[in-house]
Design a protein around this ligand. Structure first.
Ligand SMILES: [Zn+2]
Length: 346
């Protein structure tokens, strides 16, 4: 019986070492130490043995069963480790591979320039004010000293929604709203950035939709020299100390006196080219001293207060800064154009 038990041990250990999965392990277990196994038969036959033999065979059978059980446990542990290793191997991530580059959006050049101008004026103590793009005729024209029959309306031929509502032709209406809302009629400095609309023949420098920033300062003892100093600071900060600036007398219904402010052409340096239409200068903004009628319309005493105002096109400033020669590039959403304004490269 001891020899048979020894043989069972040898055969079982051999088969266990050949097992490659859990099902095979269970089969081997059942075959060698299960209920219908030779091992069990031997155990059942022990009853007929003498006490001496019982002890010997009992001891041997315990030893054999323990060895087989240990071998089964160890083999199943190894099988599981091998499976885990295989899984880890197949799921391995190669960290040396370069990652796929994700395209991150950039700020639109008009936004970059708008924020730059806002930062400059905020640093000079201005508030930034927003307002509606669909405006009433009253706020867009009448309050700005442009009555219904005024010829200046022709220059801003507009997109009307009703007889009395239109897409704003300038952000000046925001200034009117701010002055009316200023209940104590106290001095203030503000800029109003935003989109504006005028019926226009689109070309390299004109668009029916464009963005403006208008500024308005109202206070006591505000003079033309304050306006000039402010705009010179703006022009030199935005375009560099070498860019030349000139003031030309002009006319706007809401300012008196009025001025166009020009900057020397960025492309030809003042010699004359298609961008500056041969003049060497590019008009960047209109400005002037606020007309007393506008102050009076908004409840500010024109005898006590004066003010200056200015308005500029953001597209024009952006074109000067970046050398963009076609205003339509700002609105066509062409990635090849927009990617040039990646923040990292600016
Ligand atoms: Zn030029």
């Amino acid at each position: 019986m001891k020899e048979r038990l020894e043989q069972i041990k040898i055969d079982a250990l051999k088969e266990i070492s050949e097992c490659t999965n859990e099902a095979m392990i269970n089969n081997v277990k059942s075959k060698y130490i299960g209920k219908k196994s030779t091992f069990n038969e031997i155990m059942a036959g022990m009853a007929s043995l003498s006490n001496e033999e019982k002890r010997e065979v009992g001891s041997k059978s315990n030893e054999v069963r323990n060895i087989i059980n240990e071998a089964l446990d160890e083999r199943i542990k190894n099988i599981k480790d091998e499976e885990l290793n295989k899984k880890l191997e197949s799921d391995k991530i190669d960290i040396t591979l370069p990652s796929k580059k994700k395209k991150i959006g950039t700020l639109h050049p008009l936004t970059i320039v708008r924020q730059e101008i806002e930062d400059l004026f905020i640093s000079m103590g201005y508030d930034v004010v927003d307002g509606p793009e669909v405006e009433t005729d009253k706020y867009c024209f009448e309050m700005l000293n442009v009555p219904k029959d005024h010829p200046a309306r022709d220059a801003q031929d507009s997109f009307y929604i009703t007889d009395d509502m239109l897409l704003r032709t300038q952000t000046s209406a925001v200034q009117i709203r701010s002055m009316l809302a200023n209940s104590e009629k106290k001095p203030f400095k503000l800029i109003c950035p935003g989109k504006t609309y005028r019926r226009d023949d689109d070309d390299a420098t004109h668009s029916h939709q464009f963005s403006q920033i208008e500024g308005l300062v109202v206070g006591e003892n505000v003079s033309l020299s304050d306006l000039k100093g402010t705009l010179e600071t703006f022009a030199k900060k935005m375009f560099g100390e070498n860019r030349e600036v000139r003031f030309r007398a002009s006319y706007f219904p809401f300012t008196e006196p009025s001025y166009e402010v020009d900057v020397s052409c960025f492309k030809c340096d003042g010699k004359g080219c298609n961008i500056c239409k041969g003049t060497g200068w590019i008009e960047i903004l209109g400005s002037g001293i606020v007309h007393p009628n506008v102050l009076g319309n908004c409840g500010f005493d024109p005898d006590k207060y004066q003010g200056f105002a200015f308005g500029l096109g953001i597209e024009r400033v952006a074109s000067l800064k970046y050398g963009v020669t076609n205003i339509r590039d700002y609105f066509t959403n062409d990635y090849r154009f927009l990617k040039n304004f990646d923040r990292k490269e600016l």
